[in-house]
Design a protein around this ligand. Structure first.
Ligand code: FAD
Length: 294
């Protein structure tokens, strides 16, 4: 790995063995947290951001590496990698939309290091795990040390993202897990990612569609878009246009027009705003026709 420019080197390096120790290390708000490093080390090396005084490597905290189902809630630890999601029997059986997103995520080498927590905390509008997690009504668990005690709080994912690379997480907090309610019977979910080289590129747009599918009707509809706004967003007007309606030509036509109007993309080096809007329209139509035929 390339060496860091001296002026950008942290003054201290800590490797906590527990969430408690990590929260301790973060408590003065002067630490940068390192998980898989696939975003952070690029950004610091390119000078896009600087390390804070202490670099805290959380990669040895066993509690953050598990996927479990307890009662009707899944818990995915912040350090679960994209490869582990892809190969998890629990995820493939109950949350296949997450496995689909993992399957469209980067190369094997990056997937082996990249974590779910890092993808969420990096808060890129193009992060691939974000739309499917929004469509699954996920919440994130944040931990910090206050009054000499470890405290945890839960934030619904749709309130977590505040702007590009900005979240509701305070400087003394770490993300410990993502929690997802067990989807009901006949739950249907699809993830679509558009990139010039499907898994290797950052998304030009992405779409997650979920809901209970019965007799060509979707209920509890969730639609989330990536890379069409400063943060990943739920498309609530599109959801309303689909909720409880039979997926016939008229309903699909109204829903895709709504989706195009609801997306507010920008032009950048990867695509123009116009192209992104057209792709939302076309790919939503494809996803809805697939759902109607499922
Ligand atoms: C070649 C390449 C291809 C890529 N392709 C894709 C792709 O297809 N799709 C995609 O979505 N992304 C992609 N990425 C981006 C990146 O791999 C992901 O965002 C990844 O999930 C980040 O996880 P990480 O563990 O490496 O995070 P890190 O780089 O370690 O951290 C990222 C940020 O989150 C913070 N952080 C990490 N974990 C926590 C935590 N538990 N609590 C609090 N803060 C935390 C860090 O301080 C840092 O600010 C790619 C990156 C590269 C280099």
């Amino acid at each position: 790995m390339a060496t860091l420019p001296a002026m950008n080197a942290p003054a201290a390096y800590l490797v906590p063995a527990s969430v408690d120790e990590a929260a301790d290390a973060l408590s003065d708000g002067e630490a940068t947290l390192l998980a898989g490093g696939t975003d952070l080390l690029l950004q610091t090396h390119q000078g896009v951001r600087a390390f804070r005084r202490t670099l805290v490597n959380i990669s040895r905290i066993a509690e953050l590496k598990t996927i479990s189902l307890s009662g009707d809630r899944f818990r995915i630890g912040a350090l679960v990698t994209i490869t582990e999601l892809l190969h998890s029997k629990l995820v493939c059986q109950h949350l296949p939309i997450l496995a689909q997103a993992a399957d469209h995520f980067a190369s094997d080498q990056i997937r082996n290091a990249a974590t779910v927590g890092g993808n969420l905390c990096n808060a890129s509008p193009a992060g691939d795990m974000l739309p499917p997690l929004l469509a699954l009504d996920a919440t994130v668990e944040l931990a910090c040390r206050k009054d000499h005690r470890l405290q945890r709080r839960n934030v619904p994912l749709d309130q977590f993202f505040l702007g590009p690379r900005r979240t509701a997480m305070a400087a003394d907090e770490l993300l410990t897990a993502v929690e997802i309610p067990l989807p009901p019977a006949r739950h249907y979910g699809r993830f679509f990612k558009l990139g010039t080289r499907p898994a290797l590129d950052i998304s030009i747009i992405s779409i997650a569609l979920a809901g209970v599918l019965e007799n060509r009707q979707l209920t509890g509809v969730r639609v989330a878009f990536g890379a069409v706004a400063p943060i990943p967003v739920r498309a609530r007007r599109t959801e309303a246009a689909l909720e409880g309606r039979t997926l016939d030509a008229e309903v699909i036509s109204t829903a895709v027009e709504t989706a195009r109007a609801e997306a507010t993309p920008i032009s950048d080096i990867r695509a123009s705003a116009w192209y992104r809007s057209e792709m939302i329209f076309n790919m939503m139509r494809r996803l809805l026709h697939e759902a109607a035929d499922a």
